[in-house]
Write a protein of this length. Structure first.
Lengths: 264, 264
DNA sequence: AAATAACACGCACAATTAGGCATGATTACG
DNA sequence: CGTAATCATGCCTAATTGTGCGTGTTATTT
């Protein structure tokens, strides 16, 4: 491993994430040597990344979040509250007769559930999960984008998928979000996913990013799109005003979800 | 098993979970050797995982929680016990490293559930439902065939799908069956489905038709394939001998499912 | 019933970690 | 240009966590 003695603070976190994604884990002691800083600084980085949900903190280092497939079910259960509120707000951006492009992801599954049935919508998706949810509803024309399946994220990936997307044109695109930052734009966790999202955005008129608080203003592993390719941003009801203002300064429309109803 | 002498504490628990999901059970003594720690530490890990509901603690090790959800699958089995029996027999025709082409349909969903995980199988399918079932298992390469979705049958159809199938080659094909007759061959309910099934059979080495009693010797709406393109026929345990003999006369191998076990 | 294996609990020791604090660097601002 | 504010960093200390071992208990086997 090349010693990066002169890495910028933010740059260091970026490189830690890369190494994390490649090896599945990182050791605090190793990173301290590699970047020529104390373990305290590394720990601070790791703590911060974990707070954003980009890694799992363990004794001695950190683990990649990619192999957490147990949370795959948890995520689907988790969506009951905050994700549904986000989804309810997001579908208000959809107008009748539109063609939608919906990427995989737990938030987007919630959006699929929240789509109204009386709008004569056409949906392109690379997620079997979303296709199935829509299949149970009426009034949708569904087109499944084929390709090799990455079971970690539950979607099709690879050249075949990208090629299939290129042949399509949609009005509205919902790229699954891993992180978004007002300056640098949209980020995702793996390069294959990233390519899919890029292509989806290219082939769509407007792009809507739906993001939960922990991914707002965060940076992940691979870059997907600059901020000016994002037209709408749907955030939670209690998202920070400062963050939102930063996005609006870049021409992004902010849509705030309704406060979650405290119910039985 | 590779000795993971330098695994982080948290990492170790994650790997234990992996092994647990793969083999269904783990032994404390084995794990202690593998990770180069005392059995006490392993026991502490297992105790902790069990407390989080991620495994079931037993004397000597731990069991996967997946078997706890077996009752859930058994419920499905009770509902469609005959189909499960058919599926169990059908998957015995599959050999390791094969490439399968699986059409949509409730029987084929049961087959997907019944496929073993340790055979390094590749599966082509046009049914999101089947893709999702396989996603939850290990050891499968899954390729989803894209296209417009027909929600009545839960599969992709149309020219795009046919075109995608033509680019593939499989060893074994499971065309979803609507009806089969010894003289006239395979039939389905709609012309679009029919075209899909035809193409699948053309692009596969052998074809296996799995059929329940009520569709044996029946004729439906549109013709799919003549009887000589069908290599194997899986029938229920109490299928009529006369019908079976008629198929065998046309060179079709008959595979009879085991009688359904009447159990608690 | 006896023997054996697996287990839980408490203890001591080592490694890792979080928080507080001072220092040097970078940035913001008048 | 200079001052103040902020930030990143390293060091220190206290607290936490993980570990192995001994002891006594419980479960399984013979």
């Amino acid at each position: 491993m090349p010693p990066d003695n002169d890495a910028l603070p933010g740059e260091r976190q970026q490189k830690i994430l890369l190494q994390l994604n490649e090896h599945g884990r990182v050791l605090a002691a190793d990173l301290a040597i590699r970047f020529g800083v104390s373990e305290d600084s590394i720990r601070r980085d790791l703590r911060e990344l974990a707070a954003r949900g980009l890694c799992r903190r363990v004794y001695g280092g950190a683990l990649s979040r990619a192999l957490d497939f147990a949370p795959l079910k948890q995520r689907q259960e988790h969506q009951t509250g905050r994700k549904q509120a986000l989804a309810r707000r997001a579908v208000q951006l959809v107008r009748p007769h539109q063609i939608l492009m919906i990427d995989a992801g737990s938030t987007n599954s919630a959006i699929a559930d929240a789509l109204p049935e009386d709008m004569d919508l056409t949906v392109f998706t690379n997620a079997p999960d979303i296709a199935q949810r829509l299949m149970e509803k009426n009034g949708f024309e569904i087109l499944l984008i084929g390709g090799r399946i990455d079971k970690r994220v539950g979607q099709t990936v690879g050249a075949q998928t990208v090629d299939a997307i290129r042949r399509l044109r949609a009005d509205l695109c919902f790229p699954g979000t891993c992180a978004i930052d007002a300056e640098t734009g949209l980020w995702s966790m793996a390069s294959e996913e990233s390519l899919i999202k890029q292509t989806m955005i290219e082939c769509s008129g407007e792009s809507v990013v739906v993001v939960s608080n922990e991914n707002l203003g965060a940076v992940a592993v691979t870059h997907v799109a600059p901020i000016d390719e994002i037209d709408h941003l749907v955030v939670e009801s209690d998202a920070g005003d400062a963050s939102c203002a930063a996005f609006e300064a870049h021409g992004v429309s902010i849509h705030r979800a309704d406060p979650e109803r405290s119910k039985a």
